[in-house]
Design a protein around this ligand. Structure first.
Ligand code: TEU
Length: 586
């Protein structure tokens, strides 16, 4: 028996994810801020969501946009003050919503005092708070301890001249990994990064790269898959180390369990159901649910150039969706969480449907119907609710793309294309970045049709929005234009949220069953209430052509009513229009 909880008792909650730099700039410096968020809370409430997940707003040099924290108890100055942050928590609660912070404690910034101390000398008491290793000498030449490629390119080991050793970083060199083996480190992190905020009213955490805490301490070389570079993809070694479960259980016991707190752990490189359940089944006493990558990884390959696009199949999309939805089935004693977009993912309309002007609206509503009829908890990323799309193809990658991962990958692709005299590599690289780079979801939120999409008003002299604003704001992709339009994507999200709550027995907690696993054109599934009393049938057309769909045999002959139709009025018609979505209730 689980203790009462704000998120579990409802069978799942829907969170709105905010990327603070790009949400709303209140003070006119071109960067979003906490005041901007506070001023938009009524808007967020109007979506019908249960709470928000705020991406990192902590003190940080922002080499990786705040995932490099230099003080867990401080606020990034341009965003506001600690008082503003406490006001935000209170203002969210005053509206009956909850707030989750981002918890980034696999690594910190190289500017964190702890790391500065650690790197100051080999005998500093905090030396062992990070991973320091002597070089591997080959023929008298210094090499890093192994061949692992960091997530953002180059070696995971950075040489430190001062103490003549390497330190470990799975991401940027400015993001050193903590040594979780050291109990002092764990205690310090629980106190400063978790309990400090729970004591101040935060309702839970989205936990960054939570399955990377426990390292494979022998640091073995990864198999060589990219022979032309010294650094090999090593995702399988980064994740799910031997002591992970022990660390997660300790973190729950020592920190999370003191409060009614929702924990969502981001788990890259974890495809097995058994592994996932070992972290999130209620018996595991570790996390509440995970962020998985299987669906959003479909259209780009891993390996040397992680942004390179690859063909994907709708049948795979369906198989993986079904795989994730089973986590909501009561026998697994776990919790499912689904998203189609976040700050690391490009816009779902552009990736999984069509952002062509004539198909955008239908596509965004079709994907909304899909997401909002799935069981468990959901995340809606800022801008998704108005159907924001990827940056146009004529944006110059060198000028407009700012993400460190894009910049590093693009540099590598350009260098390799030149070295191998292969211009097609350049073309494929560009196409990949245009489809899947993290930049696409990081441009300013499109509020209205005024200059800068209303993101920054009254800009200070010399200031401009920190990212180029997408031109699509002038094409109806903005909040103000959609607010007053009953047929807009925005109002569709709102009405789907109402339906989701009104029929929670089928949509939030119903049993998902996929009905056309093989087809590459449509997605057809049912959601059956656990008591068997009602079933919803969801039919989605993922193509630009009309497509027939079949009512599953178990529902044939039964009386179903049309609950949602994004295009056709005639529920009896067994043909879906381009990118149409329909939901029937039986
Ligand atoms: O991401 C972890 C992660 O492994 C990926 O989503 C990663 O960003 C992607 O593979 C790069 O192509 C988390 C955060 O969500 C991300 O923004 C941070 O950059 C990263 O951790 C480091 O903290």
């Amino acid at each position: 028996k689980q203790p009462p909880s704000w998120w579990r008792d409802a069978g799942g909650v829907t969170l709105y994810q905010i990327y603070p730099s790009s949400f709303k700039d209140d003070n006119g410096d071109g960067l979003g801020d906490l005041r901007g968020i506070i001023n938009k809370l009524d808007y967020i409430k109007s979506l019908g969501v249960d709470g928000i997940w705020l991406c990192p707003h902590y003190k940080s040099p922002r080499v990786d946009e705040g995932y490099d924290i230099s003080d867990y108890n401080g606020i990034h100055e341009p965003f506001g003050t600690l008082e503003d942050c406490l006001e935000l928590i209170e203002a969210v609660h005053a509206r009956g919503m909850k707030i989750l912070f981002d918890l980034v404690i696999n690594h910190c910034s190289d500017q964190h005092e702890w790391f500065k101390e650690s790197r100051s000398s080999k005998t500093n008491p905090k030396r062992d708070w990070f991973y320091w290793k002597p070089p591997r000498m080959i023929d008298g030449v210094r090499h890093p301890p192994n061949n692992w490629r960091s997530c953002f390119g180059g070696s995971v080991w950075e040489w430190d001249e001062h103490t003549q050793e390497y330190y470990l970083h799975y991401f940027c060199p400015e993001q050193p990994d903590f040594n979780w083996e050291n109990p002092e480190v764990r205690r310090a992190l629980f106190d400063s990064a978790i309990l400090f905020w729970l004591d101040r009213g935060v309702d839970g955490f989205r936990i960054d790269t939570v399955n990377m805490y426990s390292k494979h301490l022998e640091f073995p070389d990864a198999p060589v898959v990219a022979p032309d570079t010294p650094w090999q993809p090593a995702g399988q070694f980064f994740s799910n180390g031997p002591r992970l479960r022990e660390f997660l259980r300790e973190m729950r016991k020592e920190a999370f369990s003191k409060y009614d707190c929702f924990t969502i752990g981001e788990c890259p490189n974890t495809p097995s159901l058994e592994k996932i359940l070992s972290y999130i089944s209620t018996d595991s006493e570790a996390l509440d649910c995970t962020i998985q990558f299987c669906v959003v990884d479909l259209d780009h390959q891993g390996g040397k150039y992680p942004l390179m696009r690859t063909d994907w199949k709708l049948s795979e999309f369906k198989r993986l969706t079904a795989f994730m939805q089973q986590l909501a089935d009561p026998e697994h004693k776990a919790h499912a969480l689904t998203y189609l977009e976040n700050h690391d993912q490009a816009r779902c309309v552009s990736r999984f449907a069509s952002d062509a002007p004539e198909h955008r609206l239908a596509s965004s509503k079709m994907l909304a119907t899909h997401l909002l009829t799935l069981s468990g908890s959901l995340i809606i990323y800022e801008g998704q609710e108005i159907g924001m799309i990827n940056a146009p193809k004529d944006w110059d990658i060198d000028q407009e793309y700012l993400d460190v991962n894009t910049i590093n990958t693009w540099k590598e692709i350009k260098a390799d294309a030149e070295a191998t005299n292969d211009p097609s590599l350049l073309e494929r690289g560009r196409a990949g970045i245009q489809l899947t780079a993290r930049d696409h979801s990081r441009t300013p939120m499109q509020w209205d049709s005024s200059e800068h999409a209303g993101f920054s008003k009254d800009l200070k002299p010399g200031a401009k929005p920190w990212y180029r604003v997408m031109e699509s704001y002038a094409e109806g992709l903005n909040v103000a234009a959609q607010d007053g339009d009953a047929k807009s994507t925005l109002n569709f999200y709102r009405s789907m949220m109402r339906l989701r709550k009104a029929h929670a027995d089928v949509f939030v907690t119903g049993r998902f069953k996929l009905h056309d696993p093989q087809g590459e054109e449509t997605v057809v599934y049912t959601k059956a209430a656990q008591d068997g009393s009602r079933t919803a049938l969801v039919a989605l057309n993922f193509t630009a052509n009309k497509q027939p769909f079949t009512v599953p045999a178990e529902l044939e002959g039964k009386e179903g009513s049309l609950l949602v139709s994004t295009l056709a009025k005639d529920g009896a018609n067994r043909e879906l229009e381009a990118y149409e979505a329909r939901v029937y209730l039986y």
